[in-house]
Design a protein around this ligand. Sequence first.
Ligand code: BG6
Length: 292
Amino acid sequence: CKGINGLDKVVLRDPRGSTAEVYLYGAHVTSWKNDHGEELLFVSSKAIFKPPKAIRGGIPICFPQFGNHGSLEQHGFARNRFWSIDTDPPPFPTNSKSFIDLILKPSEEDMQKWPHSYEFRLRVALGTGGDLMLTSRIRNTNADGKPFTFTFAYHTYFSVSDISEVRVECLETLDYLDNLQNKERFTEQGDALTFESEVDKIYLSTPTKIAILDHEKKRTFVLRKDGLPDAVVWNPWDKKAKTMADFGDDEYKHMLCVEAAVVEKPITLKPGEEWKGRLELSAVPSSYCSGQ
Ligand code: BG6
């Protein structure tokens, strides 16, 4: 059906009442609601739903480059391309009855920026219990025999009641690259992460499970990931927020990005090879940590 500005979107509904919305622009998940109708993702009230910029919030897909870790535009171009519905995807098992398969192939213009041929298939699925599952399959279809290399992230904006009441568990004691300090490498100390200023860190070799605890809402988001070793944690805080045209000045209080990613060790695919990266999100009422 049609979303904001007449853009095509797909609405997924689980029989128990949870929903998700995916725009073909960017293959961008812009909404994920539990069976009480509560929105679990943050989308800015100032988000612009039209090209050429990515929608501010939800789950932008960063490909073929995360951030400015390379010579392409920030976060690559997949998040601001029109994807298609993949009507005949190669078989891929699912236990979900509510899912959509999308596909992106490079345009001639894209090939000038990044001279590689690929098929990027994204499946967005709602699981029983309202879990949101994203699976990316990226295949090198270069005819010239050349490999290609990319970095990637599911740039997920979680909706939180108050950032100063939020804790992230399962990243303590890990190494990270600090984007606010020339990508220098540090080691996280102490307890769960809490937030009192701008943060933009890439945690390296993270556990397959990460938890975001929202005390006020008595809700814990659990991320389970596969093929995505790194985790980016980002909140722009007040000063940076003011410089962003598509983000409200005070909205930083109500969002936190925790992004399942591949940054430090980019993926290289030879022709015919495929990479898979899977993210599963759940929102549960109690605290949780993988203990890994
Ligand atoms: C994060 C990056 O993933 O995305 C930050 O680590 C960046 O450095 C943020 O500021 C937002 O990026 P953009 O391009 O969507 O404004």
